[in-house]
Design a protein around this ligand. Structure first.
Ligand code: NDP
Ligand code: 2IT
Length: 444
């Protein structure tokens, strides 16, 4: 049995029931075989065993009081996965589906994603099974303050720098930062995605969605193609989805559908993003509302049907495993040309196989959505330098980073004889740098 296969089998045995973690580890480890074969010293140093075991896992209780005086207890997590190339960096997710397996899959992905940005950031992830939906601002604040009252002792601007993810946006980052600053008496860049009035970076809010479109645009450009008139489906209607839609539309795409966890809207005239922003960013409402406000648009209950809509470009931007084998086959049958992942692990292993066996460009999450964390690293640089860059400067850096990521994953895939396989390319290019740093540090 190969070293890679043995590590994967052991990982499944030693982390029973962690299905999302097993899925991410399977997708990553099996593609690393060529690098491992080229470096027999890695096995002697138990490099993969160390790479797949978090350096530290923090689990904690988060008690809080709702507006009626009832006491609730949620679970809090921070997985500090790998600090070989920089301080732990990665978002916090607040969603009822959060558990240790979800945070570990996200953390493992984050190590390689952060490496691909070319910036000095290690991998981490955290969150809670708290559900922000329907909570008052005071309840959100109470929860965030309680969460940070434990988390503060584990993080720091040079140790571990959290940010947003599902259910954690500008409002939550604000409350988390306020509590950190109050406890530690330090105004430092300990969280990214901060508001512009207290150390945030221009373009961070837009960065994941914009970056997703920039890397897809580069893949198109090299094929003599562009976003112009491309029928595009974007899943989700949160931070990543909204700014992916915005940039795709600026480049001439026609985005015809988006969803939230209840159902999707289809607008053959092209989604009116100002209406989506009003419903989602201002009112925190449901996407169903869109069909009552825009003539000609229709709402369909349930999410899965969105992938049956014929499109040239699919940008999954909601959550893990939103595209299964069947949905992938429907997209391929309808002639999709580009699939680029804004969400983390939105495609099941079966879906990835369908995409890779078809004639299309498939850009996996850790490369395609790296623009968010890359811009977080730019925010860290600005915090350390105690200065601000203009939006033009940040946007230009983001674009360069995304183009470089495309080039690096393309080259890595070619180097090992897998041209066009960006899953191989992204995993290998991300892993090589982390592996080199870990070897340099000795057995730690
Ligand atoms: P938001 O909370 O802003 O938006 C999430 C969106 O996805 C909402 O529309 C939400 O619908 C939908 N969604 C969540 N869970 C489900 C589900 N189980 N089924 C269907 N729809 C669902 O999060 P973000 O936009 O920040 O994150 C979206 C994805 O992008 C995640 O996978 C995240 O890990 C990834 N990502 C985020 C980055 C960032 O900078 N924010 C960076 C890189 C990746 P509803 O409102 O109904 O719950
Ligand atoms: O998945 C991700 O890359 C994020 N949620 C962003 C992490 C960050 O630190 O900006």
């Amino acid at each position: 049995m190969s070293y890679v296969q043995r590590v994967l089998d052991d990982l499944k045995k030693r982390n029973p029931g962690e299905v999302e973690f097993h899925q991410a580890a399977t997708e990553i480890l099996l593609t690393l075989e060529p690098v491992i074969n080229a470096h027999p010293e890695y096995e002697k140093a138990a490099l993969l065993e160390r790479f797949t075991e978090p350096e530290r896992t923090v689990l904690f209780r988060v008690p809080w009081v709702d507006d009626n005086g009832a006491v609730h207890v949620n679970k809090g997590y921070r997985v500090q996965f790998n600090s070989a190339i920089g301080p732990y960096k990665g978002g916090l997710r607040f969603h009822p589906s959060v558990n240790l397996s979800v945070i570990k899959f996200l953390g493992l992905e984050q190590i390689l994603k952060n490496s691909l940005t070319g910036l000095p950031i290690g991998g981490g992830k955290g969150g809670s099974d708290f559900d922000p939906k329907g909570k008052s601002d005071r309840e959100i604040m109470a929860f965030c303050q309680s969460f940070m009252t434990e988390l503060y002792r584990h993080i720091g601007a040079d140790t571990d720098v959290p940010a947003g993810d599902i259910g954690v946006g500008a409002r939550e980052v604000g409350y988390l930062f306020g509590q950190y600053k109050r406890i530690r008496d330090e105004h430092v860049g300990v969280l990214t995605g901060r508001g512009l009035s207290y150390g945030g970076s221009l373009v961070r809010k837009e960065a994941t969605g914009y970056g997703l479109v920039y890397i897809t645009e580069e893949a198109m450009r090299l094929r003599g193609d562009s976003f112009k008139d491309k029928i595009t489906v974007v899943s989700g209607s949160g931070n990543v989805a909204i700014y992916a839609c915005e940039k795709a539309q600026q480049l001439g795409a026609k985005v015809v559908a988006m969803y939230d966890s209840n159902g999707y809207v289809y607008d053959e005239n092209g989604i009116k993003l100002d209406v989506i922003k009003q419903i989602k960013e201002v009112e925190r409402g449901r996407i169903k509302e869109y069909a009552t406000r825009v003539a000609g648009a229709k709402y369909v209950e349930g999410c899965k049907g969105i992938w049956n809509i014929p499109c040239d470009v699919a940008l999954p931007c909601a959550t893990q495993n939103e595209i299964d084998g069947e949905s992938a086959a429907a997209l391929v049958k309808n002639g999709v040309k580009y699939v680029a992942e804004g969400a983390n692990m939105p495609s099941t292993l079966e879906a990835i196989e369908v995409f890779q066996n078809a004639e299309l460009v498939y850009l996996p999450a850790k490369a395609a959505n790296a623009g968010g964390v890359a811009t977080s690293a730019l925010e860290m640089a600005q915090s350390s330098g105690r200065l601000y860059w203009s939006s033009e400067e940040v946007d230009a850096k983001l674009k360069t980073i995304m183009v470089n990521i495309y080039r690096n994953i393309d080259n890595a895939a070619k180097k090992y004889g897998y041209a066009g396989n960006y899953v191989m390319g992204a995993n290998i290019a991300g892993f090589e740098k982390v592996a080199e740093a870990m070897m340099a540090h000795g057995i730690v």
